[in-house]
Structures are given as C-alpha cells and as structure tokens.
Write a protein that binds this ligand. Structure first.
Ligand SMILES: Nc1nc2c(ncn2[C@@H]2O[C@H](COP(=O)(O)OP(=O)(O)OP(=O)(O)O)[C@@H](O)[C@H]2O)c(=O)[nH]1
Ligand SMILES: [Mg+2]
Length: 404
C-alpha cells in the first residue's frame, strides 16, 4: 500500500493531486483541518490535511484499509455487552454484591457473570486500542510508517516514538511540505539527539575516589573494571587500585586478580563492610579505587538493598550500574528503577556487539534520568569500550534510512 499526505487549501485541490499521484483507485483515508506557518503561534493559516492511499500490485482488490475501524469494533463489543446486560449480569457490574457469609448458587452465578463482563470490557479496551493504532498508521506518511516500524523493532517505548512522530509532524507543518525518507531520518536524528544530549558525555567522575560497579550476574562488571582501569591509568593518568567484594563465586577473585597482575594494579578483597576501612587504608596511595561487586538477581529488592549497604564510604564516591544490552528490556527497566530509587545515576551498557536492538538505552536514560558513561562492545581488555556519545548512539538506533 502507498500512503501519501497532502496539505491543501480545499479538498477538490487534493483530489486532483491524488488522482495524478496515486491513480484512480486511490482512496481518501482521513481529512482534517490544520494550521500552518505563522510566527510565535500567531498568523497561522488554515489548511486541510488529506491522507490518501492506494493498494500496490501485491495486494488483492477488496482489501483496502478500513477508514474507521474503531466504531465497527465498538459496535460489535457493545452488542455483546448489551446481550450480557439483558441477562442480568450488568446489575452485577453496576452494584457488586455485598459479600454473604455463605455464597448461594445465584451468588456464584453473578460472580461468574461479573468475571465475563470484566473480560469483555478488557477485550473492548484492547480492540479500541488496536484500532486506534491502526487508524493512526493510516494517517502517517510512508516514511513515518517506516520510522515507526524501525523504532518498534528497536524496542523503543511507544511513548517516545509517538512523541517523535508528533514532533516530526509539527516540523513538516512549519516546513509546509511532507518529508521524504531521508528528511524524516535526518530530522529524527536531530530531535532524538536533542532529547538525549543532556545525559551524554558523562564519565567516571574526576572527583570520586571510589567507584563501585553493580549489576546483574554475568553482565561484564569485572571485565569492564579492567578496561576502565586501563583507560583511567593511560588517558587520565590516575593511580588505580581494585577492591572486590565478590567472594560468592569461586573463581571471581582470581579473575580480577589476573587483570590486577597484568595491569599492575593492587587488589584488596573484602568479605563484609567491616573489612572496607582496612582495604581503603591499604590503598591509601591510590587516587582512584574501582570496586567490583558480586552479580545478583537485582530484580529482588532485598539484593539491591544488600549491595547498597556495602557501598557506604566516607570517601567521595559514586556507583555505576552495569547492564548488558542482551538483557530483556523489561528486566533492565525493573533493575534500573530499583537502583535509581537509591540515587544511582550512572549506567554503563555492555555487549553492544551481541545485539542489533538499542532502544533500551534511550528508554532507561529518559525514564530514569540515568547518565550513560560508556558502551562496551566486546571481550577484549582494554580496547572494547568507548565513551557514550549521543550522535553515534542515535545513528545506531535509527539505522540507515534507505535500508529500513
Ligand atoms: N560480547 C561481549 N562480551 C562481554 C562484554 N563484556 C564482558 N563480556 C563477557 O561476558 C562474560 C562475563 O563477564 P564478567 O566480567 O565476568 O561479568 P560479571 O558481571 O563480572 O559477572 P559476575 O561477577 O559473575 O556477576 C565474560 O565472558 C566476558 O568476556 C562485552 O561488551 N561484549
Ligand atoms: Mg564479576
């Protein structure tokens, strides 16, 4: 299907343009009055936005998009609801029965009917949402549909892709024309970079003497600490020391010790918060201490508060949450929320090389106000890590306009 948007003075003007562009089989999907141009919200001109579409060769005749599916959907569901209401179940919805000491057969029937009514209501909400989504798609230009699909595949929250589409439409209105694919991509990049820029260019604080790394099991905390030790030593000229509190896993201490030996960095092992002062004392000559912690199931609030209690320090310190991009977006959001409640603001994403889906970064940054410091993209120490840059990140998220 080809979809095109026209901004005209009156409908007849659009009809002749549609005939010329899309042919005689084209249908008008939507029309609405819009305001364009002007200065600071004043002197805006009234125009008409017309969305038209035509089925391309591959589709069969008679499968043209429905103009307004939602009223029909609503009507069907309404009918089901009314039938249920006539059978007396509606009374159960309006006035739920007071709990009786011994439920009778009719109480049980009412309960069942109420359950069915609620199911139908949920179904109606879902169908209304679905048809709204479909009719929204029908009002979008082809490049905008392609953009929305790309962002959906990238698992960007709908909240942000909707906002982006809204901003693009406003931009088109000011420009008084419909953007082609390259323009949609370029303008999207400009807008997304603007959103994420305030959170980019974060780095390991130059003021912090102790930096703790926390995160779920196996995300790459220990490997990342080794990479950052090299970065901080070589690029920042800082004198680095390691502490690890990961004494849960048998080989964990040895793993960090191997890196410590290669990088010539002293390592202290702590078994409980009581060992920390001794470890800080042993590393008193070091101006940056990177502290490794054990990976835990941080969907559990208990584990989060346990690790937080270990991170108390009288030294200037900060905590970096390490998350792997191979994790599920919903799980990452739960973990980010748990840690952001404790004031953790920095995040570092690993395993960029193992995925092609990048929306989670934007979702977490914008929702929880997290500052990404780096992106890690491989197992090589110290090379596979880079500072987070808004522009290159948005390029990854949007991909190439022509290939989408
Ligand atoms: N592909 C890829 N692998 C990585 C990356 N970072 C770490 N790894 C690998 O992920 C595995 C786990 O890394 P660790 O550094 O041990 O992870 P951890 O978070 O310390 O694990 P726990 O201490 O067990 O919670 C290792 O095989 C690393 O080489 C990365 O950016 N990309
Ligand atoms: Mg580890």
């Amino acid at each position: 299907m080809r979809v095109k948007r026209y901004v005209v003075n009156a409908l007849p003007e659009a009809v002749s343009m549609i005939r010329m562009d899309l042919g005689k089989d084209a249908v008008i999907l939507d029309t609405k009055e819009i305001k364009v141009g002007g200065f600071m919200g004043m002197f805006r001109k009234k125009r008409m936005e017309v969305i038209a579409a035509v089925e391309t060769g591959a589709s069969k005749q008679g499968e043209l998009p429905q103009r307004k599916p939602s009223p029909e959907v609503n009507a069907v569901v309404e009918q089901i609801l009314q039938t249920a209401q006539r059978s007396g179940a509606a009374a159960a919805v309006m006035e739920p029965p007071q709990p009786q000491p011994e439920p009778t057969i009719s109480d049980k029937r009412m309960e069942r009917e109420q359950f069915i009514i609620n199911e139908i209501r949920d179904l109606r909400e879902y169908m209304v949402k679905l048809s709204r989504h479909q009719s929204e798609l029908h009002t979008l230009s082809e490049p905008m549909i392609a953009l929305k699909e790309r962002l959906f595949e990238q698992e960007l929250d709908e909240e942000w892709s909707d906002k982006l589409i809204e901003a693009l439409r406003e931009s088109e209105q000011s420009a008084e024309r419909v953007y082609d694919r390259t323009e949609v991509w370029n303008e999207s990049k400009r807008i997304l970079v603007e959103w994420i820029r305030p959170y980019s260019n974060a780095e390991i604080s130059r003021e912090a003497r102790v930096v703790h790394f926390v995160g779920p099991t196996g995300v790459g905390k220990t490997t990342t600490i080794a990479k950052l030790a090299a970065e901080q030593t070589i690029k920042r000229g800082r004198n680095v020391g390691f502490i690890t509190s990961d004494t849960y896993r048998i080989a964990a201490v040895d793993q960090l010790r191997t890196y410590a030996n290669i990088l010539n960095v002293p390592l202290e092992v702590v078994f409980s918060p009581m060992d920390l002062p001794k470890a800080y004392k042993a590393l008193s000559e070091r101006d940056l201490i990177l502290m490794d912690t054990a990976g835990r199931n941080f969907r559990s609030e208990l584990h989060v508060s346990e690790v937080i209690s270990l991170l108390q320090s009288s030294e200037p310190n900060e905590t970096v949450l390490v998350l792997s991009l191979t994790g599920k977006t919903t799980d990452m959001a739960i973990i980010a929320e748990r840690f952001s409640k404790f004031g953790i603001q920095k995040v570092l994403f690993t395993k960029l090389d193992e995925t092609t889906v990048y929306g989670a970064i934007m979702n977490l940054v914008l929702k929880y106000g997290l500052y990404p410091t780096h992106l890690a993209s491989g197992q090589n120490v110290p090379d596979d890590i880079e500072r987070f840059k808004a522009g290159s990140y948005v390029d990854l998220l949007l991909g190439d306009a022509e290939h989408e």
